[in-house]
Design a protein around this ligand. Structure first.
Ligand code: HEM
Length: 610
């Protein structure tokens, strides 16, 4: 074991071949001269801030190189990362062509050619590979892995963080049966970056929130949903009658979904909640600048102003929630607690035996998570549904017929909704299969996980679960995997998928979505009301969207992010509540036409189509 002091590093700097600081070359020198490195940085170096950063950079780089070597030695292969960006830049360079004028639902190979390529090059293991190692800064992979599970695993790097890519339902099944929720968490690297948005942890208090979705509460939400959606549709009717031809349906739906969550979960109107939404949107845009380099050491320093701005916005959002909480507390003192989400969170903190379990800060964090999880996902699902129905008139007609039979002229009632079976196949299944609102999920092992006698995942391991990959895998579905066929779910809740874990729109295991019943309810109500009053097709002015994910990262100054932008970035970087800089925004010139059922007129919405 060699102790490496700052003088070793300086010596290496002096021996570097070029005059610029070239970390890889210094590292190379260090690694070629020191086989087993234990870093010991002498304290005087830390006095100098700049030097401290450089030294830290070195340490991270050295750890990365060691990890990479050891992962490879253990058989966990993948694309070679560069320091400090990992494979981020390689993904960017990939030539993704989305300018095609035809509509294709094959989003996996269109948006992720790199995953397919890496999988073909590194993902297939036909033999048993075993190994283990530690590293002194974090136990990342202390693993014994048996690679026979369909071979859909490889390691790629977000910055200096290695991720174990998985698109293998067999492995997930094993994991979800072996792993308790407390052993799975969000990767620390994401949590740190998104603290302004979600707080320090996400939804740690499921048990507190879950009662907000009990049948009685859900039933009480129906009238609020009908009222809010009707208001939006009345507005559409007025606009269509006055000759307006173009509508931004995505924004309309997002606003309505936002209003619904504001009313049902926080007891506030969209008007009052609008400030929160506006600030959250601004935060999304700002955060993109700072966290698009997720995993890259000192990534935030690339945009110091944005980092400060994001922190301030985060604080502003906290203040807004704090005043909401204050108001509600006063109300609780006056008329007793309410059973919506906020009421439940406060009831527990103020009256229950969990008095000390949720601090005000924790309540604020839960509220932030809920606002995001609760409206963008549903808005996306409804938006995609409208696009798919706009291109499949036959299904639009079938759903309308079903609505006529089940609801008729009566007012929508919660008991009727279960009768809307075809609508269920369309959205809850086929739309979320083709375009899952949560396109991938990440986990980090919080403790060593023994998946089976031959597979154990060490504490600290990051995992990237490719939901889109599984939903579009012809080996799991069939050759028609990229076709819109809701009928595949007619007699089969797994849609004929060859593995029960191959279809996971709401996640799996202990962190499965707790809002799915609310989503079913909201989705069916909103869509029933829309289909009863309007029909829609793709407009002649429709323009297929262009997504230069791989090519540029420019953000038009005037653009505000939308859930579709967010979704696009989620595809790339995980479930980030942020927006893609350039991208899918150009889809804003894409429309579908909408017609009033009684009086046919055009009302375009904007969508992006792949
Ligand atoms: C189409 C609609 C929705 C989809 C596709 C969806 C999907 C998901 C998925 C996949 C997860 C798991 C994330 C992970 O494991 O990393 C999740 C978690 C969550 N969802 Fe949803 N969701 C939807 C709607 C909602 C709604 C309407 C709410 C609330 C009103 C909600 C609240 C939550 C919360 C609080 C979590 C975190 C649960 C935890 O970590 O324990 N979701 N959602």
């Amino acid at each position: 074991m060699v102790k490496l002091s700052s003088s070793d590093i300086f010596e290496a700097i002096q021996r570097r071949p070029s005059s610029s600081i070239n970390t890889p070359s210094i590292l190379f020198l260090l690694l070629t001269t020191h086989k087993n490195i234990s870093l010991h940085i002498t304290t005087h170096v830390k006095k100098d801030r700049e030097m401290e950063i450089i030294v830290r950079f070195f340490i991270i780089a050295i750890v990365m190189v060691l990890l990479y070597r050891k992962l490879k030695k253990n058989g966990l292969d993948g694309p070679s990362p560069s320091f400090p960006f990992g494979n981020i830049s390689e993904r960017k360079k990939e030539n993704i062509n989305l300018k095609s004028s035809s509509i294709s639902h094959d989003i996996h190979s269109t948006l992720f050619p790199f995953f397919a390529r890496w999988h073909n090059s590194f993902g297939t293991y036909s033999h048993t590979l075993m190994g283990s190692f530690d590293n002194h800064l974090r136990t990342l992979f202390h693993v014994q892995i048996f690679f026979s599970i369909n071979g859909k695993m490889f390691v790629y790097w977000l910055g200096t963080e290695p991720f174990l890519y998985m698109a293998d339902p067999g492995l997930l099944k094993k994991l979800s049966t072996e792993v308790t929720a407390k052993n799975w968490g969000k990767p620390a690297v994401f949590r740190r970056d998104r603290a302004a948005m979600f707080g320090d942890d996400w939804a740690r208090h499921r048990h507190v929130i879950t009662p907000a979705f009990n049948p009685t509460n859900l039933k009480a939400m129906v009238s609020l949903m009908v009222e809010t959606t009707t208001k939006m549709l009345d507005n559409w009717t007025t606009l269509v009658d006055s000759g307006t031809q173009e509508f931004d349906v995505e924004r309309e739906i997002t606003a309505t979904a936002g209003e619904i969550i504001a009313k049902t979960s926080f007891g506030i109107s969209y008007q009052s909640g609008r400030l929160v939404f506006e600030k959250l949107r601004a935060l999304q845009t700002t955060l993109f600048k700072t966290i698009r380099f997720v995993g890259v050491p000192f990534g935030k320093m690339m945009h110091p102003k944005k980092a400060v701005e994001a922190r301030k916005l985060g604080q502003g959002i906290n203040q807004l929630f704090l005043s909401l909480i204050d108001e509600r507390r006063k109300m609780i003192r006056g008329s007793g607690p309410q059973n919506d989400l906020l009421g439940l969170l406060l009831k527990r903190t103020e009256h229950g035996r969990f008095t000390k379990s949720l601090t005000t800060k924790e309540v604020v964090d839960e509220c932030k998570t809920f606002f995001f999880e609760g409206h963008e996902t549903t808005a996306l699902a409804i938006t995609w549904t409208m696009l798919l129905l706009a291109t499949h008139q036959d299904w639009q007609d079938q759903l309308r017929e079903e609505i006529r039979e089940v609801v008729g002229d009566k007012e929508i009632d919660v008991n009727m909704l279960s009768g809307l079976k075809k609508m269920g196949w369309v959205m809850m299944n086929e739309v979320l299969r083709l375009y899952p609102s949560a396109p991938n999920e990440q986990r980090q092992a919080k403790a060593d996980i023994q998946v089976s006698h031959d597979l154990s995942i060490a504490s600290g391991t990051n995992m990237w679960i490719d939901i889109v990959g599984m939903h579009h895998d012809p080996a799991l579905w069939d050759d028609d995997v990229n076709e819109f066929k809701p009928e595949r779910f007619k007699d089969n809740i797994h849609g004929g998928c060859k593995h029960e874990m191959g279809y996971l729109p709401f996640g799996f295991g202990g962190r499965m979505c707790i809002g799915r019943n609310l989503t079913f309810l909201e989705y069916k109500i909103v869509l029933t009301l829309i289909l009863s009053r309007f029909s829609f097709t793709i407009s002649p002015t429709f323009c297929p969207f262009y997504c230069p994910i791989s090519e540029t990262f420019r953000w038009p100054a005037s653009s505000t992010p939308t859930p579709l932008d967010t979704w696009a970035l989620q595809l790339l970087l995980g479930r980030l509540p942020i927006t893609l800089e350039d991208s899918i925004v150009s889809s804003r010139s894409a429309f579908i036409s909408m017609e009033k059922r009684s009086q046919i007129k055009r009302m375009p919405a904007h969508f992006f189509i792949l």
